[in-house]
Design a protein around this ligand. Structure first.
Ligand SMILES: Nc1nc2c(c(=O)[nH]1)N[C@H]1C(S)=C(S)[C@@H](COP(=O)(O)O)O[C@H]1N2
Ligand SMILES: [Mo]
Length: 389
């Protein structure tokens, strides 16, 4: 190929790239973009706030431990996190479709305008990629599918800030368009080939179906509608099983009749068998497991209050407690009860669920159940409680 033919081919290729004006659908409009964008922004804000809350709740040693009441608060915020994230998927797709032609806008000729245009495109690229990253990793997390090696929680948390920061920049730049779309007279009359209202209605319907099909997995009574949710209400006592005893590698140790729980305080140790635990005064409470992976379920648990175990070894009330599982390794094999949780009368080492002996998969011989905390901290197959001084 000689030089002229190369230039010819290149020119033809560039000419083949559509320009913004080649997209002639009257279904797109600035109003539609701005309105869908506003709702998408609301979903992102809700997901961000509930996400930060959940992140703080899961820190091993939070500066501000979550209150233990109301017992359902974390369940509610986590439900909102999943619902807003799920609703954002169809909203984001419609939004991207509505602005897609602008991707082919030719950059302006003047240098200054070109730089500004470049800066805006860059900020939007950051916003779109972080938003897509959040929705894709969030959906994968809810499906308990981890096709990556990074830590989900810290990465999802960090990118949440990136998405929120670039969203703020975007909203600031688009404020005049937003104001016009919501408050001003219509700048494009609503009679495209598909009306704006019809697109909005279809978007809402899609968001509604997405939420019902996934996020209702935490709503008692309508759980069966959550056809897309990976965890349903099945499992002993109506509580799903997150990780089975077999998967955690504890089938033998947890079923061992010589099992003892070790209590440690101030250098002294005390061991208790399951029979010892059963002979202590029992408490009962109806408390949810609210999994960060997007499901929740309530059960009636009974067992020994953690506060009584502290008293048994003479530890001061309100001390924090380190919880260790029979499970070896794995991020969920240990947790920490902050002082306010350990002192709560409903925080217990559960021995029973729904009036029956805890099943091996639900954490037999004993597990932590405490009010208003992420499910991942409700450690199963507990073998050791170490009171912290
Ligand atoms: N030892 C141990 N405890 C654990 C887990 C685990 O993997 N190992 N999973 C946690 C998570 S993520 C949740 S949501 C709850 C689920 O409890 P369930 O399986 O009884 O429903 O247990 C928690 N306790
Ligand atoms: Mo979980």
């Amino acid at each position: 190929m000689n030089a002229t033919r190369v230039t010819d081919t290149l020119t033809r290729l560039v000419d083949a790239v559509p320009t913004e004006d080649d997209f002639t659908s009257t279904a797109r409009s600035r109003e539609l973009t701005a309105r869908v964008g506003t709702w998408l922004g609301v979903c992102f804000l809700v997901a961000f706030l509930t996400g930060v809350w959940s992140h703080v709740a899961q820190l091993p040693n939070p500066l501000l431990p979550l209150p233990t009441r109301p017992i359902w608060l974390y369940r509610l915020t986590q439900g909102l996190h999943i619902a807003s994230g799920t609703a954002a998927v169809p909203l984001l797709l419609v939004k991207l479709w509505s602005v897609f032609p602008q991707l082919f806008r030719r950059p302006p000729a003047a240098t200054r305008a070109r730089l500004l245009d470049g800066a805006e495109r860059l900020s939007i690229a950051v916003l779109i990629s972080s938003a897509l990253f959040q929705l894709v990793t969030g959906l994968a997390n809810a499906a308990q599918w981890y096709p990556w090696s990074f830590s989900f929680r810290s990465t999802h948390f960090a990118l949440g800030w990136v998405a929120m920061g670039s969203l703020l920049v975007h909203v600031a730049v688009k404020l005049p368009v937003l104001r016009q779309a919501w408050l001003g007279p219509e700048d494009v009359p609503d009679h495209g080939e598909v009306s704006r209202r019809a697109i909005m209605r279809a978007t809402w319907a899609a968001a509604g179906v997405a939420v019902v099909a996934s996020a209702t997995s935490g709503v008692p009574g309508v759980r069966r509608l959550a056809v897309l949710a990976t965890r349903t209400g099945s499992g002993p006592g109506g509580i799903p099983i997150n990780k089975s005893a077999a998967a955690a590698g504890v089938t033998t140790t947890a079923a061992d009749p010589t099992f003892v729980l070790t209590l440690v305080w101030n250098g002294t140790e005390r061991t208790l068998s399951r029979a010892d635990l059963e002979s202590m005064p029992q408490t009962s409470a109806t408390l949810p497991i609210a999994c960060v992976e997007g499901w929740s379920a309530s059960g009636t648990w009974s067992g020994v209050p953690v506060a009584d175990l502290l008293r048994l070894v003479g530890a001061p009330a309100g001390s924090a407690v380190l919880v260790e599982s029979l499970q070896r390794g794995g991020a969920s094999s240990r947790s920490r009860l902050p002082g306010n949780v350990a002192a709560d009368p409903q925080a217990m080492l559960a021995l029973m669920l729904a009036g029956e002996t805890l099943s091996l998969d639900h954490g037999f011989p004993c597990r932590i159940i405490a009010p208003n905390r992420p499910g991942v901290l409700q450690t199963k197959w507990v073998s050791r409680l170490e009171v912290q001084s």
